[in-house]
Design a protein around this ligand. Sequence first.
Ligand SMILES: [Zn+2]
Length: 282
Amino acid sequence: MYMPKSLKKGETEQKMEYLFYLFIFIIGIVFGSFYTLAVYRIPKKEDILHTHSYCPECQHKLGFLDLIPLFSYAFLRGKCRYCGKKIRPRYFIIEFISGCFFVALAYLMKFNVENLTAIKAIDFSFMVLYFTYIILMAGIDKENRQIQKGVNIYGIAISIGYMIYLYIIEEPSIYRYGIYLMFSIVCLGLDSITFRKYAKHTYIYGLIITTIIMAIFTGEFVMYETVLTVLLAIAIYVAIKKIQNKRKKDKEPVFQKMQIGYMLGIANIAFFLFVMFCQRTF
Ligand SMILES: [Zn+2]
């Protein structure tokens, strides 16, 4: 059968593109596997890079076959190989979401085989570092209701790196972002020095720093959308709780239990992907 040369070439490119996205997906699930470990260990102040992985139930060290993202969970049917205790599906879910996010990000940033430029790769890497920040912040908040200071320091550090990058490529937004960054460092300082005793303030300072980092990486527009959505969600939730509490006639503190960082993280990533999707399509 006659096949025009251009079509053949197109097919190869298509295959290369699928392969590229598969590669990105694998990187994503490897990161996802790191996220599950970090979210579990950081609040316990355990080493996240050097200590061997172990089962949280039986403390058995995990071997290579137990540590393959997604596949180990599927093959072991969600159970520990050594003690048979159920592993929370959270591990599988975070790995899978992370893989999908990496692919979506590459696709929306038009980062593919045809334009593998250094700039695109750097852009993509910064977004990966940012996503790492959001997952760690939101994950730890969901599990423990706290914004980890160490995670926020990581967030500020990558913000500084990103600012230097924006300066080099002469992005005009850098001056505004510079002011934000100063403000977030001031917040971190205030939090460390003045309000150490009050856990409530620490949480709010943590949230302020988080929103600033969001503005730097996803832009002010997405940050405002994120904050407004979360505020609206909180208002509705508090209103419902108040009505329920009136009936019950006991006053349980509502606000102190809400994982606001977790809510911000989900809303931010959703809006960010949505805005990028609109920009790519229209
Ligand atoms: Zn076990």
